[in-house]
Ligand binder design. Structure first.
Ligand code: ADP
Ligand code: MG
Length: 401
């Protein structure tokens, strides 16, 4: 049993009156028995990979779609089934899965190749060898026996962000000098990322492309019902709860992960209130809580200069009834820098930081025309009143004012 899962189990055991029957079913590590509404994509992946069972090299695949559209689930499910047959029939085939979003193991080319070599049973020290040596060890492991390999690089755009496309370039050319065959499956939430790849890598990686479209509200409802059946005690779900979770998630971009999270948090709220019923009001509360946690998470992880800019906006907000100009923010920012012994960025740069905040949705920067006096920006915070205090404290702790 996986760690988080065990925790969920004990938690529910402790409170026998929980709305949850088995909370693990709503955790991200849970793998559902059947995958709904992804027959098309499953079939496509299966068709492309099947030749591996006859010893032929499958084409490389590029899988993309927004977060929570079932890419990881569907890909892993399909390769698992493939492996079951391969094992039963004694067909030499190996699937290696790496999630590039998980830190450490993929933040340098060295670490990625070392990780792959380790999956093939080589032990490679975490640092110290020349990268070339790590590649050699990896090639040796690949060639040890004539075998097909399928390497899944999940969240592959993160890999490129961290290390560039060198490793990917090398991986796509592997078959030129080895008797083992390697097929790649790259999975990404970000379609634009392929545009930044070396053209040779791009065409090689996307020999086949599979798109995961967002789920619509009805599809998400089906996914939620399937889980709700297993996770909750009988009769705790009030009319409309599943529909509301699905509607919120579909409004974002058809994100099943978000929908499942809403359902889980709504259940936790019911438990905290000890009501034994999950109502649609709890779904609204869950939506707010998730948003709030997201904002707090963003604020906490910003670099110091960003935190200083944000803190300046927060300080100005109460006195200014939501009309703050970049120039005023810059004045407050400069005095904060002086107070905290921080180097001062240019106003241009601070203005860019404000734009980034605008993009992630924690401030709203409206451009207003001042006629022949040019244009300026009217800036306001987009943080709910209830969260503001928390954020202020976090920032004060972090920048030491
Ligand atoms: P992605 O990799 O596209 O971001 P995931 O495959 O991780 O999305 O799916 C997100 C969550 O939604 C997971 O908990 C997964 O089990 C669930 N999920 C996604 N699609 C389905 C589906 N078609 N049927 C059942 N559960 C699904
Ligand atoms: Mg995924």
């Amino acid at each position: 049993m996986e760690e988080g899962g065990l925790e969920g189990f004990f938690e529910v055991f402790l409170r026998k009156d929980s709305v949850f029957f088995d909370k693990r079913v709503l955790q991200s590590s849970y793998i559902p028995e059947t995958i709904l509404h992804r027959e098309e994509q499953t079939k496509q992946i299966a068709n492309i990979l099947a030749p591996a069972l006859r010893g032929d090299k499958p084409s490389n695949i590029f899988v993309y779609g927004k977060t929570g559209t079932g890419k990881t689930l569907t890909t892993n499910h399909t390769t698992q089934k493939l492996m079951e047959i391969a094992e039963r029939e004694n067909i030499p085939l190996k699937v290696l899965y790496i999630n590039c979003k998980l830190k450490r193991s993929t933040d340098t080319e060295y670490r990625l190749i070392a990780q792959l070599a380790r999956e093939l049973g080589k032990s490679i020290p975490p640092t110290g060898l020349p990268t070339e040596e790590v590649y050699k060890a990896f090639f040796r492991a690949l060639n040890k026996q004539k075998q097909n390999h399928i390497i899944i690089l999940d969240e592959i755009d993160q890999l490129i962000n961290k290390t560039g496309d060198n490793a990917l370039y090398n991986l796509t050319r592997l078959n030129e000098n080895s008797n083992s065959q390697v097929s790649l499956i790259g999975i990404s939430n970000n379609i634009m990322f392929v545009d930044n790849l070396d053209p040779r890598v791009r065409s090689s990686l996307s020999e086949e492309e599979i798109i995961f479209p967002p789920y619509n509200a009805l599809q998400i409802q089906a996914i939620l019902r399937q889980r709700a059946e297993l996770t909750f005690n009988k009769g705790v779900l009030e009319q409309g709860v599943v529909e509301k979770c699905a509607a919120y998630a579909a409004r974002d971009h058809g994100d099943a992960r978000r929908a499942l999270e809403l359902l889980r948090v709504a259940g936790e709220i019911a438990d905290r209130k000890d009501t034994k019923k999950i109502t649609t009001d709890f779904v609204d509360e869950a939506e707010h809580k998730i948003d709030r946690d997201r904002i707090i998470d963003i604020v906490t992880t910003q670099p110091k200069q960003y935190q200083l800019v944000l803190y300046s906006i927060i300080t100005l907000q109460p006195t200014r009834n939501n009309n703050i100009f970049t120039g005023e923010i810059y004045e407050v920012y400069k005095s904060l820098c002086n107070k905290t012994n921080t180097s001062i960025l240019t106003q241009r740069r601070v203005s860019d930081i404000i734009s980034e905040f605008d993009m992630i949705g924690i401030v709203n920067a409206k451009v207003i025309s001042k006629g022949r006096y040019g244009r300026t920006r009217d800036i306001s915070l987009e943080v709910p009143e209830t969260t503001l205090h928390r954020i202020k404290n976090i920032l004060e702790d972090s920048i030491r004012v």
